[in-house]
Design a protein around this ligand. Structure first.
Ligand code: FAD
Ligand code: DHB
Length: 393
């Protein structure tokens, strides 16, 4: 058994864990990151793509913003499409804020690169990761790595291990309540090697269901289709996917360009929030504590927001000020519930609710009314702009 000590043991090398480890390292606070997947797996994982202005500012402030500054695509707004018409919502004109399209994969690659040069140690491909003694001031993490058993002692453990990680379940059930809801739809997402057919993201409600056109670069497009959660990706040939995208996204005088599909997968949609992000010496950050349906592009941004708050709180703690650390859970969850509300609103407005009943038809027409209002009232557009580009930290 190899015994080690550090200040902060971080479980998970997703965006939350990597950014926290980096922010602490820059402040001279020792941290160790323990991850159960390989670096190759993590770098290949395709997920979110839109960064709020505040997330970009955080990456730049922490010295890991060169990639996003060079390769990020700044978007002034989005298109909302419904009833066969496309409407532009110009955030920059409305409130002077923008978003940046830059893939989560690229954020993670930049962070891993930074850690390699001058960062926290990362144990990739760890096995049997477990946290112990979280209700004491000396918690531990045990794990296997390259045939060795490790016993990592720390002042704090941070669970940045995503929704399916081990940290949240290690909190006694009496100390935590889960608030959640699932949705009767899922997203089929593709990456295609073709220049985007649009300058900004298109979110579309069509009678057949939601569709979206996003991008990763001027050479790679990212597109999504609402599908039934029970759908299997094997039932969706490339041809069927493009057909559905043409039907849902098509408007007169506009062409959707097809390209080689290099990745396709189906993601279920869920809203989930824990009642606390702190139990004793354990703190949760990112998807470990909350998840949103992807429609508002908030998952990655929420992980970055949590970590920004938690890193500052831990830095204060080591400067003998514990106020922010004690308030971390309340502050981060307060912000998170506003984000939950926005993500749920975007999701319900833009997806076709399954059914065939009179309610179902009523819902669809009511959603069209909601979209009509949202794209014609300056107040409604400002509210959307404010929330989409990101609430202040
Ligand atoms: P994660 O990125 O999940 O990182 C957690 C890390 O912990 C992972 O590296 C994992 O391997 C590791 N881990 C897990 N268990 C253990 C363990 N026992 N021991 C050690 N390490 C462990 N959001 C959007 O806004 N838009 C999208 O389009 C979008 N698409 C998504 C698609 C998918 C398939 C998923 C799952 C999520 C998607 N999200 C999207 C959400 C967004 O990607 C997440 O909110 C974001 O990844 C959260 O970052 P995180 O660091 O908290 O968690
Ligand atoms: C992307 C994902 C989202 O969930 C979203 O709302 C916008 C863009 C993307 O993957 O590019």
């Amino acid at each position: 058994m190899t015994r080690e000590t550090t200040r902060v043991a971080i479980i998970g090398a997703g965006p939350a864990g990597l950014l926290l480890g980096w922010a602490l390292r820059r402040a001279g606070i020792d941290a160790v990151i323990v991850e159960n997947r390989s670096v190759e797996y993590i770098l290949a994982r395709v997920r979110a793509g839109v960064l709020e202005q505040g997330s970009v500012d955080t990456l730049k402030r922490l010295g890991v913003g060169d990639g996003v500054a060079t390769n990020g695509l700044i978007h002034d707004g989005i298109y909302l499409q419904f009833a066969g018409e496309r409407h532009h919502v110009d955030f920059n004109e409305l409130i002077g804020r923008t978003v940046t399209v830059y893939g989560q994969q690229a954020v993670v690659a930049d962070l891993i690169d930074a850690h390699k040069h001058d960062g926290s140690p990362i144990y990739f491909e760890s096995s049997d990761v477990a946290v112990h003694d979280i209700e004491s001031p000396s918690p531990r993490v045990t794990f296997g790595h390259r045939g060795e058993e490790h016993d990592l002692h720390a002042d704090f453990v941070v669970g940045a291990d995503g929704f399916h990680g081990v940290c949240r379940p290690s909190i006694p059930s009496s100390a935590l309540t889960a608030y959640e809801r699932s949705y009767p739809y899922a997203w089929l997402g593709i990456l295609a090697t073709v220049p985007p057919s649009t300058d900004e993201l298109i979110y579309c409600l069509h009678e057949d269901g939601f569709a979206m056109h996003s991008m990763r670069s001027m050479e790679v497009s990212r597109l999504y289709l609402q599908v039934d959660p029970s759908e299997s990706i094997e039932n969706w040939s490339d041809e069927r996917i493009w057909d559905a995208l043409h039907t849902r996204l098509g408007v007169p005088g506009w062409t959707l360009h097809e390209g080689e599909i290099t990745e396709k997968s189906i993601t279920p949609m869920r809203s989930f929030v824990t009642s606390t992000l702190n139990c004793g010496s354990l703190f949760l950050a990112g998807d470990a504590g909350h998840i949103v349906p992807p429609t508002g592009a908030k998952g990655l941004n929420s992980a970055i927001a949590d970590v920004t708050i938690l890193a500052d709180a831990l830095i204060d703690h080591y400067a003998d000020d514990d106020v922010a650390l004690r308030r971390y859970s309340d502050v981060a969850l307060g912000r998170q519930w506003r984000i939950q509300q926005f993500s749920q609103w975007m999701t319900q407005m833009l997806h076709r609710h399954p059914g065939g009943s009179a309610d179902h038809e009523f819902d669809y027409r009511s959603q069209l009314g909601q979209l009509d209002y949202t794209t014609s009232s300056t107040h409604a557009m400002r509210s959307l702009a404010e929330q989409y580009t990101g609430l202040p930290l």
